[in-house]
Ligand binder design. Structure first.
Ligand code: DAH
Length: 339
């Protein structure tokens, strides 16, 4: 029995040496010390020994048991130590390495200018509202005093969906939509996309952005229009900006005008942005036509108003000296990074 015990001790210590992780060590423990383990079997068989041998063998068996236990625990410790070491090694951070550059998003130039325009008008008490891009012929044209077959439709090459439905060619239809639902005093701007069946080139795009403005109240005059748009132009292009209203024609305003501002790039001296004239046209405007008020069931003898429509891309092009409208939609990072 003594020989058997010594053999178990030898085998166990060899097994322990071979074990390379905690699971294998546990298997060794079960193999020798478990319920069905070989050392346990010997301890159970001790009943058959005579009374002299029993305590000697018993003592030896217990010693071997604790030796094996100790060896296993020591091996476990070093396995854990090794694993911890490996983990630390794999987690090493080289703090001298250059960081990864993250490409952060930024606002699009059109968003920058639109935010600025919204800020200017909300500062004067205007509300910002939006409307549908898929619009009824009625709002886009008829309610804007442009009846079917009127030549004024020709200048706005329209994407029709069917006879009654189209992609809005202007933000003006929101004048009618808003006046139908709201009573004066009205003071709104309406930014949004508009569509025209134009061939793209440096100054045309089949989709672009307009900002409509509408003010309706008791006693609104051309003076209010000029004052408001003068402040707008100076806030947007700089305090030294001069404005000039030129007579024009729009079906939905009477009288109508176009607003020119002194060129902010050359300060009026003449450059490629203003084509040497010192002035750039930025918007159409006028006093709301009595017929438009009538369409919206607002009494034109009691109320009057003014309206205007600004092209956002055009304004951004003048402000930043951009010479091709297509740059806004191409999302070329080299262009966008400049704003
Ligand atoms: N809707 C016009 C266009 O797209 C622009 C415009 C002109 C809007 C005069 C207005 C206005 O509100 O009063 O060409």
């Amino acid at each position: 029995m003594r020989d058997q015990l010594l053999k178990i001790k030898k085998e166990a210590s060899e097994d322990i040496k071979k074990a390379s992780n905690a699971i294998e060590l546990d298997n060794v423990r079960v193999k020798y010390l478990g319920k069905k383990g070989s050392l346990t079997a010997i301890l159970r068989g001790m009943g058959s020994l005579d009374s002299e041998e029993r305590p000697v063998i018993g003592k030896l068996a217990n010693e071997i048991r604790s030796e094996i236990e100790e060896l296993i625990n020591e091996a476990l410790e070093s396995v854990k130590e090794r694993e911890r070491h490996e983990k630390l090694k794999s987690e090493i951070i080289d703090i001298s390495m250059p960081g990864r550059i993250k490409n952060r998003g930024a606002r699009h130039p059109l968003t920058i200018v639109l935010d600025e325009i919204k800020e200017i008008f909300t500062g004067m008490g205007f509300l910002v509202v939006e409307g549908p891009e898929v619009e009824l012929d009625y709002y886009n044209f008829e309610a804007m005093n442009i009846p079917k077959n009127h030549p004024a439709r020709d200048v706005q090459d329209t994407f029709y969906i069917n006879d009654e439905v189209l992609l809005r060619t202007q933000t003006s239809p929101m004048q009618a939509r808003y006046m139908e639902k709201n009573k004066p005093p009205i003071r709104i701007i309406v930014p949004g996309r508009v569509y025209r069946s134009d061939t793209p080139d440096a100054s045309h795009s089949p989709v672009f952005t307009q900002i409509e403005g509408l003010v309706v109240d008791d006693g609104i005059t051309m003076g209010n229009l000029k004052g408001t748009l003068d402040i707008f132009a100076r806030k947007l292009f700089g305090e030294d900006t001069k404005t000039k209203f030129r007579p024009h024609h729009f079906n939905f305003t009477e009288p109508s005008a176009e607003l020119d501002v002194s060129c902010s790039v050359c300060k009026g001296a003449g450059c490629s942005v203003c084509k040497g004239t010192g002035w750039v046209e930025i918007l159409g405007c006028g006093m709301v036509h009595p017929k438009v008020l009538e369409f919206c069931k607002i009494d034109h003898r009691k109320y009057s108003g003014f309206a205007f429509g600004v092209g956002l891309e055009r304004v951004a092009m003048i402000k930043y000296g951009i010479n091709d409208i297509r740059l806004f939609y191409e999302n070329d990072i080299r262009f966008l990074n400049q704003f």
